[in-house]
Design a protein around this ligand. Structure first.
Ligand SMILES: NC(=O)c1ccc[n+]([C@@H]2O[C@H](COP(=O)([O-])OP(=O)(O)OC[C@H]3O[C@@H](n4cnc5c(N)ncnc54)[C@H](O)[C@@H]3O)[C@@H](O)[C@H]2O)c1
Length: 259
């Protein structure tokens, strides 16, 4: 029921913090994995690691910017040449411009628009292009990585005494991605394409101590931040037949942070 063997899965941001765990576990379960990312060095290194650990030769890395129509089209062509079909698209890229991360007062109109175009727009672009392949197959599966900040307001007190904030663009982008998921699920359902979102809580990545302490206090399960491996089970569930009657949903994986 949870079998994903021989399915062809394209993972955007596939060499990132969360994407690399997704790429590795899909490869471990025998899928054909197309890791796509703009970071070629990280991508090639991850590819070697995964091949060595899983002995799965049907894993490739393709340098591809999800905001470039040409890159996305080339990547689809390469994927179809090699694997003939695309069973699932996992949107886990995190595009941002150089000014991303500023406090609300300091975000310029241009930066706001650019970050939304890159992230939400990138998810739109690759989903539209790949759904054309899935429509022809009359079968497909899209999984968007959203966030707890797509459906709740940030708790700004957790950023107290830290350099960090939760950027305003992120709320707009991630809430957009959650309803974009529902739109696509409704629109593409007639072609047997399912579309769901996963909303993770904060994933541990050696963030500042104050931030980690403040964050963990609000987590119900284990008073800890998420690990990427906390998210892979839900991904496998959504890609597999175990979830064949589920579409348009947003599955929250946050250890109870937003309860
Ligand atoms: N890390 C968290 O705590 C957390 C929590 C909730 C949701 N998320 C979401 O999970 C997803 C992955 O986040 P992450 O923490 O792994 O981020 P990350 O920065 O570690 O990885 C993102 C990857 O996307 C790649 N990328 C950036 N722009 C790209 C583009 N235009 N085209 C292709 N690839 C591009 C980067 O090179 C990077 O490897 C994002 O959507 C993020 O918003 C993350």
């Amino acid at each position: 029921m949870f079998d994903i063997k021989n399915k062809t899965i394209v993972i955007t941001g596939g060499s990132g913090l969360i994407g690399s765990a997704f790429s590795a576990s899909c490869a471990e379960f025998g899928a054909n994995v197309v890791i796509i990312d703009i970071n070629e060095e990280k991508g090639n290194k991850l590819l070697e690691d995964i091949k060595q650990k899983t002995k799965n030769d049907n894993v490739v890395f393709v340098k591809c910017d999800i905001t470039s129509e040409k890159d996305v089209e080339n990547m689809i062509e390469l994927t179809l040449d090699r694997f003939k079909r695309i069973d699932a698209l996992v949107n886990s890229a995190y595009p941002k411009n150089k000014n991303y991360g500023r406090k609300f007062e300091d975000v310029s109109y241009e930066d706001f628009c650019q970050n939304i175009n890159m992230h939400l727009g990138g998810y739109f672009l690759i989903s539209q292009k790949i759904s054309k392949v899935m429509i022809k197959q009359n079968c497909g599966n899209i999984i968007n990585i959203a966030s707890i900040y797509g459906f709740t307001a940030p708790k700004f007190e957790i950023y107290k005494d830290t350099e960090k904030t939760m950027p305003v663009e992120y709320s707009a982008i991630k809430s957009g991605i959650i309803n974009f998921t529902r739109y696509l699920a409704s629109y593409l359902g007639r072609y047997n394409i399912r579309v769901n979102a996963i909303s993770p809580g904060g994933v541990f990545d050696n963030q500042e101590e104050n931030f980690v302490r403040n964050y963990c206090q609000k987590v119900v399960l284990g008073k800890r931040m998420a690990e990427s491996s906390d998210l892979t089970g839900v991904l496998i569930f959504l890609i597999s037949q175990a979830s064949k009657y589920i579409t348009g949903q947003n599955i929250i994986v946050d250890g109870g942070f937003t309860l």
